[in-house]
Write a protein that binds this ligand. Structure first.
Ligand code: ATP
Length: 345
C-alpha cells in the first residue's frame, strides 16, 4: 500500500491541481464537471478511445496522455501535471490490486477499495452499518432461487441463478470460489450519495455531511427483457450484464431510511478504514413489504450518475448538478482551504 504520508507530501507540494482519469465509465461526466469549475482536465486514453473523447466539446479533456493499455498509468507525467486521479469503475477494474500502490493522490480513500474488492469484507461493512443484506448461503443450504457470484466485479457478467444444491454443483462444480446469496425479488434501486468534508446539505456524519445525489436502475441483459423473451417463446437463462441505466425516484417515505443507511455506511467506514470521501452508491432491492435489502456498496462514482436531471441533486444545489460537478466543487473547495489531504488517498 502506498503510504498516506507520501500522498500528503505530494499534495503539499502542489501549487495548483488538475483532474485526471481514464477515458471510460464516467469520464465524460468527470471532465464536464471539472470544466464547469475551470479545473484543468487530463484524459488517460488509448488510441481506440480518443476519437470518442474528442467528439464532445463540453466533456473533452484539455489534454490527452496516450497509453497502450490502462494497466500501467503514466504516474510521472501525471505528477508533473499536479494531477489528482479520479477513480471510477473501469480504473478500479484495470488497476486491480495495484491501485493500492499507485504513487499519486487518488480522490477518496483507496482503503475502501479493499472492501469493495472482497465480498466478505463488504458484507461485514454493510452489516456493521446496520444495512439489511440478503442471506449468504452455503451450497447445501440452497433451497429456492439463489444468485451465484464469482470473484471480481464484472457488472453482473457471468452470474447464475440456481435453485438447489444439485443444480449448483452441476453448473458451478465443487471447487469454484463463489458467494451465493438468496435471490431477492423486488425493485432495484442504486442510490448515489456524496460525502463532503464541509458541505451544509444532507445528513450529519461523524466527519462531515452526506447528501443524496440521485438514483438509477440498471438495465441488465437479459433479466430486464424477460417479458420479450417469453413473448417469443425463448427459454434463455437469466443474466445480469449491465448495458445502461435509467433514472428512478423513490416514494418519498422511503427517503429517511435511505439517508440513515448512508449515514451508517459513512460512520462505519470511518471506523473501519478512515472514511468515505466523495461519491458512493448503495445497491439495493426493495421488496413488496418495503424491506430494503443492500447487496453492494461502490465506494466511488458509479456509471448510473451519468444520468442528468435528478430531483435530489436539484433540491440540494438548486440546479441540475452532476456528481462530476460535485467532485470538482469539493476538490476546489478543499484546495482553497488547504484541506486536500483530508479527501485524497
Ligand atoms: P458491479 O460491481 O458492477 O456493481 P457486480 O459484478 O459486483 O457488479 P452485483 O452488483 O453484485 O455485481 O450484481 C449484479 C446484478 O445482479 C445486480 O445489479 C442485480 O440485478 C442482481 N443481484 C445481485 N444480487 C442480488 C440478490 N441478492 N438478489 C437478486 N438480484 C441480485
Amino acid at each position: 500500500m502506498f503510504a498516506k504520508e507520501k500522498v500528503d507530501q505530494i499534495v503539499d507540494s502542489y501549487t495548483d491541481f488538475s483532474i485526471a482519469t481514464i477515458c471510460s465509465h464516467s469520464a465524460l461526466q468527470i471532465f464536464n464537471g471539472a470544466k464547469h469549475y475551470g479545473i484543468k482536465t487530463i484524459g488517460i486514453c488509448t488510441e481506440a478511445s480518443r476519437e470518442l473523447y474528442e467528439s464532445f466539446p463540453y466533456a473533452k479533456p484539455d489534454e490527452f496522455i496516450m497509453v497502450d493499455d490502462y494497466s500501467a498509468l503514466p504516474v510521472d507525467e501525471l505528477l508533473e501535471k499536479q494531477a489528482i486521479l479520479i477513480p471510477h469503475g473501469s480504473l478500479v477494474e484495470y488497476a486491480g490490486e495495484q491501485i493500492n500502490s499507485i504513487a499519486l493522490p487518488i480522490f477518496g480513500n483507496r482503503g475502501s477499495l479493499l472492501y469493495e474488492r472482497n465480498r466478505d469484507k463488504m458484507f461485514n461493512w454493510m452489516k456493521k452499518s446496520g444495512l439489511k443484506c440478503p442471506k449468504i448461503l452455503k451450497p447445501k443450504e440452497i433451497n429456492g432461487p439463489a444468485i451465484v457470484k464469482f470473484p471480481g466485479a464484472k457488472g453482473g457478467k457471468g452470474y447464475l441463478v440456481v435453485h438447489n444444491p444439485d443444480e449448483y454443483y452441476s453448473k458451478v462444480g465443487e471447487e469454484a470460489k463463489t458467494m451465493i446469496q438468496e435471490f431477492i425479488v423486488g425493485i432495484r434501486a442504486y442510490v448515489h450519495y456524496f460525502h463532503s468534508f464541509d458541505g451544509d446539505a444532507g445528513y450529519q456524519t461523524s466527519y462531515g455531511r452526506v447528501e443524496m445525489m440521485g438514483i438509477d436502475r440498471r438495465m441488465e441483459s437479459n433479466a430486464d427483457e424477460i417479458a420479450r423473451q417469453l413473448s417469443v417463446g425463448a427459454n434463455i437463462p437469466i443474466s445480469f450484464t449491465v448495458m445502461g441505466n435509467e433514472n428512478l425516484v423513490l416514494r418519498e417515505s422511503l427517503l429517511p431510511q435511505y439517508m440513515e443507511m448512508a449515514r451508517g455506511v459513512c460512520n462505519t467506514s470511518k471506523d473501519l478504514f478512515g472514511g468515505i470521501h466523495g461519491p458512493f452508491c448503495i445497491e439495493t432491492i426493495i421488496t413488496e413489504d418495503l424491506d430494503i435489502y443492500s447487496f453492494e456498496i461502490s465506494a466511488r462514482i458509479v456509471a448510473g450518475t451519468n444520468l442528468l436531471e435528478s430531483p435530489y441533486s436539484f433540491y440540494t444545489h438548486g440546479k441540475d448538478y452532476t456528481t462530476g460537478m460535485r467532485i470538482a466543487e469539493e476538490l476546489k473547495e478543499a484546495f482553497k482551504k488547504k484541506k486536500l489531504k483530508e479527501i485524497v488517498y
